[in-house]
Design a binder for this molecule. Structure first.
Ligand code: CA
Length: 228
C-alpha cells in the first residue's frame, strides 16, 4: 500500500517514511502544498498523511481542493494545530482522521492501517483467509495449523494489497502503483509482478490468486481447488 506523506519538516518526514517502510508501506514524500495537490491527483496513493502548515499552499486548502475535485483519498491530518476547533475545521474540510503533534509513531501507523481497512471496506483485522492469517508485524503468513512462512518485503506488500482487494480484479498496473514508489526502477515493469505472483503462489498455494486473462488477478479468501 502506498502512502503520500506531505510534511515540510524534512527530518520528521524522513522519520515517518522510515517507520512506514519498516511496516511494509511504499512511501512518497513531498514538502510543499502545491506539489502535494498535484501528486495526489495521480490517484496512486492509498492514504495521505497531511501536515497543515506548508509552504506554497496550506494543507487545509490542499485538502479542500482535492475534495472539490472529487478526490476521496483517505487523509489523516498530522498537525501542531491541535485544539478541538482546529480538529473540527480539518474534518469539515474533508479529513478522515486527525492526529495532533507531538504524536507517537505507533499511533500514526495504527491509524493509517485502520483508514486503509475502512477505505477497502475490509472489516477484518488482522487480514485473514479461510486457511491463513497475514501477520503484518512479522511480514509472514501464519497458517491455521501453526506453520509460519516468511515473505520477502515485496511479497508482503503484494499479498497485503491483494488481500485488501479480495473479491475484485486488480490489474498489474494497479499492483505496480501500489507496491513501488516513484523512484523504483520496477515502477512500470509488468514482468516483475508475474515473478512475484509466481513466488507467492509457491508459498500460499495456487488456488488463492486467480489469473484473469488480459485483466489481472483476483484474490479469493476461500481457495478453489486447482484441478490438474
Ligand atoms: Ca509544517
Amino acid at each position: 500500500m502506498r502512502v503520500l506523506v506531505v510534511e515540510d519538516d524534512v527530518a520528521l518526514c524522513a522519520m515517518i517514511r522510515r517507520r512506514l517502510m519498516e511496516q511494509g508501506f511504499v512511501v512518497d514524500m513531498v514538502h510543499d502544498g502545491v506539489e502535494a495537490e498535484t501528486l495526489a491527483q495521480q490517484g496512486v496513493h492509498d492514504v495521505v498523511v497531511l501536515d497543515l502548515g506548508l509552504p506554497s499552499r496550506n494543507g487545509l486548502s490542499v485538502l479542500r481542493t482535492w475534495r472539490r475535485a472529487g478526490l476521496s483519498i483517505p487523509t489523516i491530518i498530522l498537525s501542531a494545530r491541535n485544539s478541538w476547533q482546529e480538529k473540527i475545521e480539518g474534518i469539515e474540510a474533508g479529513a478522515d482522521d486527525y492526529l495532533g503533534k507531538p504524536f507517537a509513531m505507533a499511533e500514526l501507523v495504527t491509524r493509517i492501517k485502520a483508514l486503509l481497512r475502512r477505505s477497502y471496506r475490509h472489516n477484518q483485522a488482522p487480514l485473514a483467509t479461510s486457511s491463513f492469517t497475514l501477520d503484518e508485524g512479522q511480514q509472514a503468513v501464519l497458517w491455521h495449523d501453526g506453520r509460519s512462512v516468511a515473505l520477502t518485503a515485496t511479497e508482503f506488500r503484494l499479498l497485503r494489497c491483494l488481500m485488501l482487494s479480495a473479491g475484485r480484479i486488480v490489474t498489474k498496473e494497479y499492483l505496480l502503483d501500489h507496491i513501488y514508489d516513484f523512484d523504483d526502477e520496477h515502477e512500470h515493469d509488468h514482468n516483475v509482478i508475474e515473478v512475484h505472483i509466481l513466488n507467492l503462489r509457491k508459498k500460499i498455494g495456487h488456488g488463492m490468486i486467480v489469473t484473469k486473462r488480459h485483466q489481472g488477478y483476483l484474490f479469493q479468501s476461500e481457495a478453489t481447488p486447482v484441478v490438474s
